[in-house]
Design a protein around this ligand. Structure first.
Ligand code: MTE
Ligand code: MO
Length: 320
C-alpha cells in the first residue's frame, strides 16, 4: 500500500530528489496501459489557439462537482484574464498579456524518483477523450479571492498508479518548465525558478486531485498553465503548479516555492482554513471574482467531508 499517513512530527524540512532511471517512452506508454484514442494532439493544438470557449474536447462526464446553488462558474473572461503566474509577471493581467508568447506543444513530462516504472510521458500519447473528465471546482487563492472553474483533466491517481510508486515514496514533487525566452517573468528573480510544489502521497492519490489540461471545454490557455497543471481544490491556489514538466516521487517533503520564499506566511499544506489567518490578513472570508459581496470561506474550501480524514490528529495551526 502506498498511502501512508504521516504524523506531523515525521515531516522533515529538507528535500531529496532521487535520481531517476528512465525507460524509453514506448515502454512507459505500454506500462500505463493507455490505448490509442481518437483525439490527436493536432486537435488540441488547433483548439488551443481559439479565443473563445467552444467545447472543443467534446462531451465528457462531469464528476465531483459538490457545488452550492450560488457557486456559479466564473465567467471564462475572468478565468483567463485574472491570473497568478509569476513566470509571466507579477500583475494579475500579465499572464494574459504575455502567455501567448509561450508555445506549450509538443509537451513531455518526466516521471521519476521512487517508482518502479519511471519514464517520460508524452501528452500526445496519454490525453485521450476517454480519460478526460470535467470537474467543476471552487478555487480559493491565498490572497482572498476565489473562482469556480470547470476544469477538464484526469485524476492524478490514475497517472501515479501506473508508475507504481515504492513504499519509500512519501511525497510527490512537481516542477514547472523553465523557458526564459518565452516566459519573460523568468528573466527576473522574483521567484527562484523553476516553481516547485509538492503533495503528500495520500493527497496526490486523493480522487479530487486533478491534472488539468483544459477548462470550459477547451484546452488550457497559457495563463492557466497550459498544457498540464495541478488542481487541488481544498488547498490555496499556490499549490496548483502550472506547466508541469516533471513529477518525482520522493521521501521527504518537497521545498515548495512559496514556503521557501516566506515560510512565516506560506506553508507546505496550504489547506484552505478560515480559522487560520495569514499573518497579514484574515482568511475567514473571500470575494468571488465577478461578485461584490464577500462570502464566508469554508473549511477545506467546502471539501471537508472528502478530505478531513487525511489530516486527523494534525495541528492545522502549526502545519498551515
Ligand atoms: N508555475 C506557477 N504556477 C502557479 C503560480 C505561479 O506563479 N507559477 N501561481 C499560483 C497561484 S498563487 C494561483 S492562485 C494559481 C492561479 O491559477 P489560475 O490563474 O489558473 O486561476 O496558480 C498557481 N500556480
Ligand atoms: Mo494564489
Amino acid at each position: 500500500m502506498i498511502i501512508r499517513h504521516r504524523k506531523a512530527s515525521d515531516v522533515r524540512s529538507h528535500e531529496i530528489t532521487p535520481e531517476g532511471v528512465y525507460l524509453n517512452r514506448r515502454q512507459f506508454v505500454q506500462s500505463t496501459g493507455l490505448i490509442a484514442g481518437s483525439l490527436a494532439l493536432g486537435d488540441i493544438a488547433r483548439a488551443a489557439v481559439l479565443p473563445e470557449a467552444g467545447g472543443k474536447f467534446g462531451a465528457m462526464p462531469t464528476t465531483h462537482s459538490k457545488l452550492d446553488p450560488t457557486d456559479t462558474p466564473t465567467p471564462f473572461g475572468d478565468i483567463i484574464n485574472y491570473n497568478n503566474y509569476y513566470e509571466f509577471g507579477l500583475d494579475k493581467t500579465d499572464p494574459a498579456k504575455y502567455a501567448p508568447a509561450f508555445k506549450p506543444l509538443p509537451w513531455t513530462v518526466k516521471v521519476d524518483g521512487l517508482c518502479n516504472k519511471p519514464g517520460t510521458l508524452d501528452l500526445a500519447d496519454f490525453l485521450k477523450p476517454h480519460n478526460l473528465e470535467q470537474r467543476i471546482y471552487r478555487m480559493r487563492c491565498v490572497e482572498g479571492w476565489s473562482m469556480v472553474i470547470p476544469w477538464i483533466g484526469i485524476p492524478l491517481a490514475d497517472i501515479i498508479k501506473n508508475v507504481e510508486p515504492q513504499g519509500s515514496a512519501k511525497f510527490v514533487r512537481f516542477e514547472t518548465i523553465v523557458r526564459k525566452e518565452e516566459m519573460r517573468g523568468q528573466r527576473s528573480s522574483s521567484l527562484p525558478w523553476p516553481y516547485i510544489e509538492g503533495l503528500r502521497m495520500d493527497e496526490a492519490m486523493h480522487p479530487l486531485t486533478l491534472m488539468a489540461v483544459g477548462l470550459y471545454g477547451q484546452p488550457l490557455l497559457g495563463q492557466n498553465g497550459a498544457p498540464f497543471r495541478l488542481v487541488v481544490p481544498w488547498k490555496y491556489g499556490f499549490k496548483g503548479v502550472k506547466s508541469i514538466v516533471r513529477i518525482s516521487f520522493v521521501e521527504s517533503q518537497p521545498q515548495n516555492t512559496w514556503k521557501v520564499m516566506n515560510s512565516d506566511e506560506y506553508g507546505f499544506y496550504a489547506n484552505v482554513n478560515p480559522k487560520v489567518d495569514h499573518p497579514r490578513w484574515s482568511q475567514a472570508s473571500e470575494r468571488r471574482i465577478g461578485e461584490l459581496r464577500r462570502r464566508p470561506t469554508l473549511m477545506f474550501n467546502g471539501y471537508e467531508e472528502e478530505v478531513a480524514a487525511m489530516y486527523e490528529g494534525m495541528n492545522l495551526v502549526r502545519l498551515y
